[in-house]
Design a binder for this molecule. Structure first.
Ligand code: MIG
Length: 775
């Protein structure tokens, strides 16, 4: 069976490989194609793929099958013109200029762009969802201006999702050098992509709809492992909490005010003179004691780790790095010295295996005293003595530094976008080696395609502006479409002073984003939940509590993202690609399949326009049912973020615990009509879920004339959830004539228009059938 074809004409070499029935890899270069390794791609072979190659006098044709739609790839021998079509003949991606163009600046391909194609994804972007008509640069950049029109940001993910009526494909240009996409800007019917590398190496992923494409792309570049459950809780950060007494004060405030919180962050001031892997002896004289005390309060600590190592004779990390050749060098072999927080600093070369291992081991200084997770910053890498004040090398290291294993060194320019990802890989190796049973937690600022395998990602330095609250939505949605589900922004805003109202609205939104952290820059005003007095505190605390109530649902969506690669935060276009209203809808989204979130992003607003896609949607707050395919004006007083639940959904909800270690043994099923729901559960902390220690409990509800029947099936899977109580809440249900559970009459309660049945659970393995008669 042939799954590969290759052809050459003078000055152009092309190969096409069928990795799967709907995934092909195309390589095209000016020289014979040599072996190439990738940090992004983790899978090259899909079982069940069938392929054949046929030849005519003019063409070579590769045909794949095994799963719909299957592909038909045609290469014209004369000029290497490439046409990718589905097996039934629909064009997917067709060369507008045959083969590729090569120049000293790199390689480029130009494809036709159909008039009805929209373009999404491309990693961390500013502006609205649809990128058609723009040029897009992938170059990891420390640029805090989250403004529309900003191009390169911290994350560089050269993947786009193209959606047309009834069709979708994705294109991943696997190059960690500078890459650029012209999405119909220069010429409306041309899509051009290029890399600074000598050759193009790209993957085309075809699906029936955008969901399939995102799912398949995430098989190619890997999926998010399940993070520890505590990292789904509320997280409090600031640049910086110090000394120790201030950290204790923050911790005490959360607990005495009963505002749920799982994590406190230590930013750069915890280090001794900004030396990575050290503790300031005066500010933090006894980290182990501090962390143990916080842990006893149900609080974990995450510390920042920057890559720059202080140039400081006698400092072991520097000395060791020097002695063991861990640092990036200039072309003449000297260690490159830049400048970051500690002053003069050297930068580890994470492309070297030994360097990653060394870096990973060095985390002992943080993990041994009890640090729970790591925060990677400045990993574009950022550099205050950049070689340029404008352009690509503004704020980073020179492109001619050497990186890689000895004998195979290459210029930094060719691997720039890998810096954050390889640092993340080193960190995860270190965490996993030290605590093999535990799920590691890492949040990173920079990354490349595949970063979801290692880390959560936050969007870097936004400002405390309403505009940036709004911007955070399409940015996070675009990250999800680029394979990275665990994302979030600094709630309240990082730079500048937040306001009471902005903090409330941003916390309400953050509660429904995967990574939920409040963070503020040095010299900005305080923005902890209580920083604006009791009224604001009550509203912020209520938003955080809402997060904890929704945790069983959110965790179930995380598990789905882990399993399928689908985003947690999903643009409506992903679920309703054939509904034109969704195509560039950038200010509302779905969390999982069933919850529609419509944040308020304007000061003084107490209502907002919400688009409801097809189906019925129940207002979470009022229980009112709305028909879909219409815009409605949703009420949004300051205490309320508009939330709508799909009619027929059953949401698993929990108690508003103070932190995720607190037992949450009462599970509520919030029932919104006839339908189904499920809850995914595991121990929330170990790797056992990978060996089958998980459980899924399915629920159905059937509304019949005169009776509603809710069935909670026994859990499936090898994990036994600790459960003492199941609460069934029927939204908008009147007073019943009788309620039974497993045929025994049980008490019920009518509250706020909802019917609530509390059922003690003695054996979680036994299913429940609740029958509600009347009304
Ligand atoms: O040059 O560590 O994005 O979250 O608080 C600024 C200090 C360095 C940038 C990060 C921000 C962090 C800050 N860092």
């Amino acid at each position: 069976m042939i799954r590969y074809l290759s052809l050459e004409i003078p000055g152009c070499h092309l190969s096409v490989a069928a990795l799967g029935p709907n995934i092909i890899r195309v390589r095209v270069g000016p020289e014979p194609l040599a072996e190439r390794s990738s940090w992004a791609v983790v899978r090259q072979d899909w079982p069940g793929t069938r392929a054949t190659v046929a030849e005519t006098p003019e063409e070579l044709i590769l045909t794949t099958s095994g799963e719909a739609p299957g592909l038909h790839v045609t290469v014209r021998k004369r000029d290497l013109h490439l046409t990718i079509a589905t097996a039934d003949g629909k064009p997917v991606l067709v060369d507008a200029l045959p083969g590729a163009a090569f120049s000293p600046d790199g390689a480029a391909a130009t494809k036709w762009l159909a008039p009805d194609t929209r373009i999404y994804g491309l990693g961390q972007r500013m502006g609205f969802l649809d990128k058609r008509g723009e040029t897009v640069t992938q170059w990891a950049t420390d640029d805090p201006l989250h403004h529309p029109g900003r191009d390169a940001m911290y994350q560089a993910i050269p993947f786009y999702l193209a959606v047309q009526p009834g069709a979708a494909y994705g294109l991943f240009l696997d190059s960690p050098a500078l890459t650029q996409f012209d999405l119909g800007k220069t010429q409306p019917d041309h899509l051009r992509f290029q890399t600074a590398e000598a050759e193009l190496d790209y993957y085309v992923i075809v699906g029936d709809d955008p969901r399939q494409v995102v799912t398949r792309y995430s098989e190619l570049t890997g999926r998010m492992p399940l993070p520890p459950k505590w990292s789904l809780g509320y997280q409090q950060c600031r640049w910086s909490y110090y000394p120790e007494s201030r950290v204790r004060e923050i911790a005490d405030a959360f607990r005495s005010k009963q505002i749920p919180c799982d994590v406190i962050y230590l930013d750069i001031h915890f280090m001794d003179g900004y030396r990575v892997f050290t503790w300031d002896p005066e500010r933090f004289p006894d980290p182990a004691q501090l962390l143990a005390d916080l842990r006893a309060m149900g609080l974990r600590v995450v510390t920042i780790v920057d890559p720059g190592v202080k140039v400081d004779p006698g400092y072991p990390v520097y000395e060791e790095g020097l002695a063991q050749s861990h640092f990036m060098t200039t072309p003449d072999g000297a260690v490159y010295v830049g400048k970051v927080w500690p002053g003069e600093a050297a930068f580890p070369d994470f492309l070297q295996d030994t360097t990653r291992q060394w870096w990973g081991r060095r985390h002992a200084a943080l993990l041994d005293p009890g640090v729970a997770g790591i925060w990677n910053d400045m990993n574009e890498p950022a550099n205050f003595t950049a070689p340029a004040t404008e352009g690509l090398y503004k704020g980073t290291v020179p492109g001619d530094l050497l990186q890689g294993e000895s004998g195979r060194k290459q210029p930094h320019a060719m691997v720039h976008n890998l810096y954050g990802l390889t640092m993340a890989a080193a960190t995860i190796e270190g965490l996993a080696a030290r605590r093999p049973q535990e799920r590691p937690f890492l949040v990173t600022r920079s990354g490349y395609a595949g970063i979801q395998r290692y880390a959560a990602v936050w969007m870097g330095d936004n400002n405390s502006w309403w505009e940036h609250l709004l911007q955070s939505v399409p940015t996070c949605l675009g990250m999800g479409l680029s394979g990275v589900p665990f994302v979030g922004t600094d709630c309240g805003g990082f730079g500048g002073d937040t306001t009471a109202e902005l903090l409330v609205r941003w916390t309400q939104l953050g509660a429904f984003t995967p990574f939920f952290r409040n963070h503020a820059a040095d010299s900005t005003r305080n923005q902890e939940p209580w920083a604006f007095g009791p009224e604001t505190e009550a509203l912020v605390a209520e938003a955080i509590r809402l997060r904890y109530r929704f945790l069983p649902y959110i965790y179930t969506v995380f598990a789905e993202a882990h399993r399928t690669g689908l985003p947690i935060m999903r643009p409506l276009l992903l679920a309703y690609p054939d509904d034109p209203h969704t195509h560039n809808l950038s200010d509302q989204y779905l969390l999982g399949a069933d919850l529609l979130v419509a944040p308020v992003y304007q000061p003084g607003a107490t209502r907002r326009l919400v688009y409801l896609p097809r189906g019925g949607w129940v207002d979470y707050w009022t229980g009112a049912l709305h028909a879909g395919e219409q815009y409605i004006v949703a009420d949004a007083p300051l205490a309320r973020i508009p939330l709508f639940v799909r009619q027929g959904a059953i949401l698993p909800l929990g108690p508003a615990v103070q932190h995720t270690d607190e037992p949450a043994t009462a599970l509520t099923f919030d029932v919104f009509g006839s339908g189904t729901g499920e809850v995914y559960e595991d121990d929330g902390s170990s790797q056992d879920y990978l060996q089958g220690a998980w459980s899924v409990t399915r629920v159905t509800s059937r509304v019949h004339v005169g009776a509603t029947v809710v069935t909670v099936a026994p859990p499936v899977g090898n994990y036994r959830p600790a459960r003492t109580e199941v609460i069934i809440r029927l939204r908008g249900h009147g007073v019943p004539t009788a309620v039974t559970v497993n045929q025994q009459p049980v008490p019920w309660e009518q509250k706020g228009g909802d019917l609530i049945i509390q059922i003690p659970v003695t054996d979680v393995g036994i299913g429940l059938v609740a029958e509600i008669h009347g009304a």
